[in-house]
Design a protein around this ligand. Structure first.
Ligand code: TRP
Length: 457
């Protein structure tokens, strides 16, 4: 802890906004709407809600517990926790280092998508979208990806902003950004939902997401719901652990966690209530796919009143959601280097540039390395670098991290110590959560893991 005391957020609200900022990101808008669309709406919603409550929320809280006991960056927090609990043969720091690596890998593909959102917002702002015929939008997407230049440029801008904010101290950087951008984000979301209700088919969208008469559920859908719940709550790689370490002792972490979950879910649902009314009003038969936000939606904006303005607001909203997540991501490797005596500025620059270097692989995946499948020999015959990184993080690294943290909190730490740290008054609530951490979370993440290994999606 060289250079002053370990930083702390100023209030409970500050923690909630920063953690919600971390949780709310591309996963909520780009990821959620795409998987919900693909998996047929209401059934997926049910599985997603269950996964959030039974798996992601308990896992989120176990990371906060480790952060509160360990009070340091994830590797060192895990080390402190291990020391305090008498230890075991394996050095728990490896999960923290894994988290540092995961943060860099997530950032490396995150900046590619966030960069594209910024580029679209900029195009809509400067050129308007008048000429955005469906073909023009397709070629916008294609032009964006045809050479590495736009991706490297916008990704560089995005990580540059991330580095600058992260380099400020925790209160002036993370905390202030959360306090400013989260309310703005919600305001823009409500504005856009209102717009979608005016211009689109809100009834059809609500029916798609919530009509229980047409539930489609399968093990594949449940797996995707779990993976999405995990990613969207930012659990499994120490990001939440770090925010827990910055959280004041007086904050009730269970209540705070529930607030984060509510805000995270609200943003996903609101994003759905922006995108689906527009989709259903214009062309209900749109084929589901990852192009929903970047190809389908901009195409639809063209035909709507004030579509140009709506596109600007929408892509600005997406960029804001991405930036509050990316600063929380970069904060993990930065805090680790800070624990090792680096200055925050130097740590932010080095780690940000490292993530940028890694992002070259993802940018190239759409052009120079479009047909390069590095692990083809191992059966991954159609996965580019971008897809390998994304799937590797989601299907392997995050589940292993989530499993490790749950096992540490549920099985390795003395129950009394956990109880004191989490500070839940009701025995029943504590008992339910403890049960989830000991049994449900480990079983569920093992299931995601095995499913991914045996070639599920
Ligand atoms: N939750 C973020 C999203 O939905 C992504 C994310 C995963 C993240 N792990 C994180 C963000 C850790 C911040 C910290 O897009």
């Amino acid at each position: 802890m060289s250079g002053g005391a370990f930083p702390q957020f100023t209030s409970r609200l500050a923690f909630i906004l920063v953690a919600a900022g971390a949780a709310v990101g591309l996963g909520n808008v780009w990821g959620f709407t795409y998987v919900a669309h693909k998996n047929g709406g209401a059934g997926f919603m049910l599985a997603y809600l269950a996964a959030l409550l039974l798996i992601a929320l308990p896992a989120f809280l176990s990371e906060l517990v480790i952060g509160r006991i360990g009070r340091a960056s994830p590797p060192r927090a895990l080390h402190n926790v291990q020391q305090a609990s008498g230890g075991s043969a394996l050095d728990w720091r490896i999960y923290g280092w894994g988290g540092v690596g995961a943060a860099l890998l997530i950032l490396s593909f995150y900046m590619v998508i966030a960069g594209e959102a910024m580029a679209y917002g900029w195009t809509a702002l400067t050129g308007g979208i008048k000429g955005w015929t469906p073909d023009a939008v397709k070629s916008l997407d294609q032009a964006y990806k045809a050479t590495p230049v736009p991706g490297l440029f916008w990704g560089g801008l995005f990580i540059g902003v991330t580095i600058v904010i992260c380099a400020l101290d925790v209160r002036r950087g993370l905390e202030r950004t959360g306090k400013i951008l989260m309310p703005v984000l919600f305001a823009m979301l409500f504005l856009m939902v209102f717009y979608a209700a005016q211009t689109g088919d809100m009834v059809a969208a609500l029916a798609f997401l919530f009509d229980p008469s047409d539930l489609k559920l399968s093990s594949g859908i449940m797996m995707e719901a779990m993976g999405q719940a995990f990613f969207t709550m930012s659990v499994g790689m120490g990001g939440i652990m770090l925010l827990g370490a910055y959280m004041g002792e007086e904050v009730n972490m269970a209540q705070a966690a529930i607030w984060v979950l509510i805000m995270d879910l609200a943003v996903a649902v609101l994003a759905g209530l922006i995108i689906f009314p527009i989709v259903y009003a214009v062309d209900a038969a749109v084929t589901p796919g990852p192009g929903l936000v970047f190809i389908t939606l901009p195409t639809l904006f063209v035909d709507l009143p004030f579509g140009g303005l709506a596109a600007v607001v929408f892509f600005l909203l997406l960029s804001f959601a991405a930036i509050t997540s990316s600063i929380a991501l970069l904060a993990v490797p930065v805090a680790w280097l800070e624990d090792r005596g680096w200055s925050r500025l130097r740590a932010s620059m080095v780690m940000g540039l490292l993530a940028y270097g890694l992002s070259v692989g993802s940018v190239f995946s759409f052009n120079v390395w479009k047909d390069f499948y590095p692990l083809a020999a191992f059966g991954f015959t159609s996965e580019t670098v971008f897809e390998l990184i994304r799937e590797g993080v989601n299907n392997i690294i995050l589940p292993i991290g989530g499993l490790a943290f749950a096992v540490i909190v549920g099985w390795k730490l003395p129950r009394g110590q956990v109880r004191t740290a989490i500070d839940v008054r009701s025995d029943t609530v504590f008992g339910l959560w403890y049960f989830a951490v000991r049994f449900i979370v480990p079983l569920a993440v093992s299931a995601i893991f095995v499913n991914a290994l045996v070639g599920g999606d």
